[in-house]
Design a protein around this ligand. Structure first.
Ligand code: ARG
Ligand code: ZN
Length: 465
């Protein structure tokens, strides 16, 4: 099986920017300095994430007052040193840090733009498990992307906050290793004024009265999660809770201005989750659902267990998309941003599968309709190599989905759906890359698929069919 050939222009990972990066993205030991790298080794985003350690768990405690937009935070990070560390970085944007401890001892720290540089009192040896505690406060400022990402991160709303952080906005509300290659479990402890609801990932484990007439919500995500999928969306919400017909806990929440959307959001999220569980394999998490908030984000985000819809009543198609991401993106996560089609192409293809399933246009018909548009800008943008300045280009979504339809034609329905389920099972709760997908497709089909994938994912022209 030949490995996928990348176009000559594609920068290779682990190039000059981050000498510590290995092919798989895990930093290799840097014996000379003992300093953890300021980036995890994603050549397109040299300062995203960090090198030298691997996070196992985040404990995120925040108090937030919408009236003053003030956030008080304490984040506890359990990590393992993957090299000897005299110092290491976390990602944090804005906010004031008052104290950092490592294994209970006060540590020195420095702020360098979005990097929090921590020097523990005692250097960490390779393989050491350690706990970092960061105490901080301030007014979180979301990222306003000048290109095409809109506003993301911790975004204040009239009654709270809408928290959607893809691609790298989780650093706007808690310090972390902000890159999808380092997944971890999470505990959230969110205190808000009485009458408000705080929604985070996973399961609600408690709702208790807190001093000052406030309420503390505790949530727990026991399945590894990428930082951009963490949420602490809060404000006035109407909730509907129960189980999907197939028995998965289902939580739908809407800002009161979307009162009329609640019933449908709850019902459709349940139906879609159950259907995808048949098509893609067992639902990977402990709960499903959706949240509609009153911030006009212009996008939705597949926050783990809690997709968020920013300021619109979602139609069935977008619900199908965000819930497909629970398998593609959330459970199986990308290792590098350039492979984003593994998330967006698959979730878009899931929209087509939903259409097919519900008696609408078939995936093949949807493919043909788009293939017929000869001057579509997607033909100039190879989706298999998402561009750092234009990650979420339509090509990554639609040409990515078209790639899957061409693959389905080539290998047949039986192998194609077995491939999707095997992909999801093989990389459950982990990370994966495009060459791994190509290799699996070739292995399961027994076919040489380089030409197909090369034309559809990596060429700047409209492929022949
Ligand atoms: N992953 C989202 C989707 O399902 C898109 C997120 C885009 N992020 C942003 N900051 N605009 O399509
Ligand atoms: Zn998507």
């Amino acid at each position: 099986v030949a490995l996928l050939t990348l176009p000559a222009c594609a920068p290779s990972d682990g190039a000059a920017a981050t000498p510590a990066a290995s092919g798989k993205g895990r930093p290799a030991p840097v014996a000379d300095t003992g300093a953890g790298a300021p980036g995890i080794g994603d050549a397109d985003f040299p300062l995203d994430g960090n090198g030298g350690y691997d996070v196992g768990h985040y404990g995120v405690t925040i108090g937030y007052t919408p009236a003053t937009k003030h956030l008080d935070g304490v984040t506890t990070i359990d990590a393992t040193a993957t090299q000897a560390l005299s110092r290491f970085n976390l990602d944090l944007r804005g906010l004031e840090v008052s104290e950092v401890t490592v294994d209970g001892a006060k540590a020195a720290f420095d702020r360098q733009r979005d990097e929090l540089v921590i020097t523990p009192a005692t250097a960490l040896v390779k393989g050491a498990r350690f706990t970092v505690k960061v105490t901080y406060a301030g007014e979180p400022k979301p990222v306003k992307d000048p290109a095409n990402l809109g506003t993301y991160g911790f975004i204040p709303t009239t009654d709270g906050a809408f928290v959607a952080s893809e691609p790298s906005g989780s650093k706007t509300w808690f310090p972390n290793n902000d890159h999808p290659a380092d997944k971890a479990t999470f505990d959230f402890r969110i205190t808000v004024p009485k009458g408000l609801t705080a929604l985070a990932n996973g399961e609600l484990t408690g709702k208790t009265a807190a001093p000052g007439g406030r309420t503390t919500f505790t949530w727990r995500e026991t399945h590894p999660m990428v930082t951009y999928l963490a949420t602490a969306t809060l404000g006035k919400f109407e909730l509907r809770q129960g189980r999907t017909p197939g028995g998965i806990p289902n939580v739908a929440a809407v800002d009161p201005t979307y009162h009329d959307a609640l019933g449908k959001l709850y019902r459709v999220s349940g139906e879609v989750t159950d259907y995808w569980s048949k098509v893609f394999g067992p639902y990977p998490f402990s709960a499903t659902g959706g949240v509609v908030d009153n911030f006009s984000a212009g996008y939705a985000l597949e926050n783990q267990t809690k997709p968020m819809y920013g300021g619109f009543d979602p139609d069935t198609s977008i619900i199908a998309h965000e819930l497909a991401h629970q398998w593609f993106g959330d459970s199986v996560s990308i290792e590098r941003w350039k492979d984003l089609w593994l998330n967006e192409g698959f979730a878009t293809y899931a929209e087509w599968l939903w259409s097919e399933h519900t008696g609408g246009a078939t995936a093949e018909a949807l493919f043909r309709r788009q293939y017929a548009v000869k001057n579509d800008p997607i033909w100039k943008y190879p989706p298999g190599r998402a561009k750092p300045g234009d990650l979420f280009n339509q090509s990554v979504y639609r040409r990515g989905a078209m790639t899957l339809q061409v693959l389905r034609r080539a290998i047949g329905d039986e192998t194609f759906f077995r491939l999707l389920r095997t992909w999801v099972a093989d990389h459950k709760y982990g990370n994966a890359t495009t060459p791994e997908f190509v290799a699996l497709a070739e292995r399961l089909s027994g076919k040489q698929l380089d030409t197909l994938f090369d034309a559809w994912l990596f060429q700047s022209s409209r492929p022949e069919t």
